[in-house]
Structure formats: C-alpha cells, structure tokens
Design a protein around this ligand. Structure first.
Ligand code: GDP
Ligand code: IMO
Ligand code: MG
Length: 427
C-alpha cells in the first residue's frame, strides 16, 4: 500500500514524464492531480518519443489504470487528440483511463481569454486556457465534466457561459465573438466521446489505496510555479506542490507515503519571471543546446542557468521531499567547472529565506560555489560507486543542501538511461 507523489522541484520540465514512466512499471494507478494541457511530459522509448499533456505518464504500461483527477482542468479537444495519437501508436486505452466527473472543462473562450490577457500581463503562459478556467472554477461558474452527462443542462450552461464571455470580448477587447452554436455542438459531441471514461475517481482511488494498491500521483509544472508558493505572479494557476495531490485527487494527507522530487541538474524556466541563476551568455546557450531545452508544449526556448540549491531547499521544505531523482546529469558531462548557488545576497547581506516577492527576487545576487566538472560520459549500468569522484561530489552537495538523498540519476532521455543508487548507501 503506497502513495508516492512525484513533483517537479523547480520551474517545470525536470523530466517528470520519464521518471513517472519508470516508476509506473510497478504501479497500479497513475494519477494527474492538477494543471492541464499546459504540461508536456516526454517519454522516449527506443526511437519513439511520446509527449503527454493530459494523460498520465503511466499509460505506456498495460498494468496501470490512469486517472485524471478532479484538480485537473481538461480541454476535451486536446484530450481526444492525445487519445487518438496514443491509439495510433498501438497503446490500448480502453478500460485504463478514468476521468474525474468533478474536473473542470476548458472552453474555447478560456483559451481566447488566456491569449488576450497575455497581451497585457505578459506572464508567458502556454496559452492553453489554464488560468481563465481556474478563475471560473473558483468563481463557482465553471462547467465540470459531470455537466456533460446532462445534455439539457449542459446546453443551458454553455449558452450562458458563451454569452457572458462574448459580452466581455466585445466590451473589453473589441475581439470577435465566439460562435455559440458551433461550440454547443462540439461539446455535446465530446460528451459522447468521453462518456466511457467519466467516473467517480475520488472513490476509485480511495478504494485502490485502501485495498493496498500502489498509487503514483504525477505532478505537472513545478513547485516554483505553484500559485501559492511559487514566484507569484509568474506562476501557473494550480498547486503543483505535493499538497496539491490531496485536494486534486481527494486522497487524505495521511495516505501519502513518499514524496519524490525531480530535480534537473541545472535550472530552466519557460516564460517570464525571476530566475536568479539565469545565464544569458554562452554557458547558458551551451546548456540549452546540450539539454535540448525547448518547450515540449510550445516549442519555446527555455531559459537556462546553474542549479539553484537555495531555491531547491525551499522547494524541499514546502514539498517534504523524501528522495531526489536527479535528471539530465549527462548534460553537465563536459563542463570544466560547474557552479551551484547556495544562497542569495540583497544589498550585500545574505537573505535568510527564499524571497516571496518578485521585486526582491529580481535583484538578488546569487552566492555561488564552484565545483570541478567530471569530463566523463556517464553510462547506464554503472553504480554510484563507479562514478567519477567529481560527479559524486556534485551529488553529495545537492544531498547536503537539500537534506534528502539522491536515489536515481538521469543520464539521457531514453527509458533505460538511468542509474539507480544503492538504497543502502546513498543518503
Ligand atoms: P517534464 O515536463 O518534467 O516531464 O519534462 P519535459 O518532458 O518537458 O522535458 C524534459 C526533457 O528532457 C525531455 O525532452 C526528456 O526527454 C529529456 N530528459 C529527461 N530526462 C533526461 C536525462 O536524464 N537526460 C537527458 N539528456 N534528457 C532527459
Ligand atoms: P510541465 O508539466 C514549464 C509556465 C508557463 C508560464 C507559467 C504560466 O511540462 O513541467 P500557464 O499556461 O500554466 O498559465 O503558464 O507557467 N508553465 C510551465 N513551464 N513546464 C510546464 O509544465 C509548464 N506549465 C506552465 O511557461 O511561465
Ligand atoms: Mg514539460
């Protein structure tokens, strides 16, 4: 009986897809608990690359049932496209996908609003309608999956929702109105397509947990993009932190047995917002090129920088990270020296806690320690003991600063490109 929550410990794109796929080999249930199709989780199997946006990253293992929990906001068009793509790759979905009837829907007006507000707000969102859909949820005016089941009521809700938003588009943005009839027809059709998957996932997952099944909760985005704890306002509109798994799935906090933090061996960020260790020079470009740092959802180049251990310590605190999976360590294979940030100075004085306002975060000066690189190609099948002392030193530094053991090392995008630590020795 176990519930392991896998979270991104930085600003997203840490390699959650690959890691969840790895753990899913021994899981019964894999569940997404927040976010939506803003996520892009990559799994590479042989020469095939799967990028999942809404469907949990356990779907490639037949032994799992995949759950899209109540905390997720679902764009039915994106979901259907993803299901069709997986089917075309020969992945069987039937009986293996369960969608919470309490999850909220993303409507075409949410996507349009996301794009229109972005003109002024400049958060650098993915444009997938995530923020506007959560706004309606918290405003208690959202349309939920369960509403798809009552066609008459759905039609009423859709017409009212579109009418209100059209009013808004016209008055505030001078934007063209959305076609009510087209959207109503489209969503009534989704109702039929999604019917087989819609269920009470809260009861399903609780029964699975109580009957001793192994459950993996898959976070999207990352802790520093959390609506409460991230670098607000440059955040997403949900709770990617481990606590989000409880509200986003309806599992009690006492069910969680382990929190696995996915940490990229350096830092990246897509979109706007403070990034103290960002490298806007050729070292940053080298990281981007070697790490193929381009968004899995939008294709945007990711901003790159050195590993920020100060931010990571904060992330470990708010998530309760029990163990670390250190990904993309191979990207650092050929650096003479590698820097890590261990603290921030403001006006020459070290700050005690991770700043909560972006104004301060924008002006902090990172305090760096320089560690020697290893100039060595890490290979699967090696043990932690076989690694060059410089690599072990880097890992040890992370463990010390974060206060959690590094149990797995990602050394390439492929499914098997992972080094598993000796659980007795590490930490
Ligand atoms: P996610 O959103 O956290 O699932 O991460 P993404 O899929 O958006 O981005 C991670 C990228 O790094 C993907 O292209 C992965 O295939 C790739 N990747 C994952 N782990 C490793 C690793 O250990 N080494 C390398 N070189 N690439 C990795
Ligand atoms: P995965 O799950 C990296 C970022 C966007 C933007 C901010 C708000 O693949 O790690 P949103 O569309 O959510 O309103 O955008 O959050 N963002 C991500 N960055 N990885 C992600 O997901 C992200 N999802 C959203 O770039 O800065
Ligand atoms: Mg991603």
């Amino acid at each position: 009986m176990s519930v392991r929550v896998v979270i991104g410990a930085q600003w997203g794109d840490e390699g959650k897809g690959k890691v969840v796929d790895m753990f899913a080999e021994e899981a019964d249930v894999v569940a997404r608990y927040q976010g939506g199709a803003n996520a892009g989780h990559t799994i590479v199997v042989g020469d095939r690359k799967y990028v999942l946006h809404l469907i949990p990253s356990g779907i490639l293992h037949d032994n799992t049932v995949c759950v899209i929990g109540n905390g997720v906001v679902i764009d039915p068009a994106a979901l259907m496209e993803e299901i069709e793509l997986l089917k075309s790759f020969g992945v069987s979905i039937e009986g293996r996908l369960k969608i919470s009837h309490k999850a909220h829907l993303i409507m075409p007006y949410h996507k349009l609003l996301d794009q229109l507000t972005e003109r002024e707000q400049k958060i650098g969102t993915t444009g997938r309608g995530i923020g506007p859909s959560y706004i309606d949820k918290y405003n208690r005016s959202g349309i939920r999956i369960v509403d798809l089941l009552d066609r008459v009521r759905l039609e009423e809700q859709l017409r009212e929702g579109i009418r209100q938003k059209n009013d808004w588009f016209r008055k505030v943005y001078d934007a063209p109105e959305l076609d009510v009839e087209k959207i109503v027809a489209e969503y009534l059709d989704f109702d039929q397509q999604m019917d087989d998957y819609i269920t009470d996932t809260t009861s399903f997952i609780n029964e699975a947990w109580r009957s001793g099944k192994t459950i993996l909760a898959e976070g999207a985005q990352g802790a520093l993009l959390d609506i409460d704890h991230g670098t607000y306002p440059f955040v997403t509109s949900s709770s990617p932190t481990s606590g989000g798994a409880c509200t986003g799935l309806g599992l009690p906090p006492t069910a969680i047995t382990k929190v696995t933090g996915i940490v990229k061996a350096y830092c990246t960020r897509v979109g706007a917002g403070p990034f103290p260790t960002e490298l806007e020079d050729e070292t940053g470009e080298k990281l981007r090129a070697l790490g193929a740092e381009f968004g899995a959802t939008t294709g945007r180049p990711r901003r790159c920088g050195w590993l920020d251990l100060f931010a990571l310590r904060y992330s470990a605190m708010i998530n309760g990270i029990d163990e670390i999976v250190l990904t993309k360590l191979d990207v650092l294979n050929d650096f003479e020296e590698i820097k890590v940030c261990t603290g921030y100075n403001v006006n020459g004085e070290p700050v005690k806690y991770f700043p909560s306002d972006c104004g301060t975060l924008e002006k902090v000066e990172p305090i760096y320690e320089t560690l020697p690189g290893w100039n060595y190609e890490l290979r699967s099948g090696e043990s932690f003991d076989d690694l060059p002392s410089e690599t072990r030193n880097y890992i040890r530094k992370i463990e010390e600063e974060v206060g959690a053991p590094v149990r797995y090392l990602g050394i390439g995008p492929g499914r098997d490109e992972i080094i598993v630590g000796d659980l007795e020795k590490v930490g």
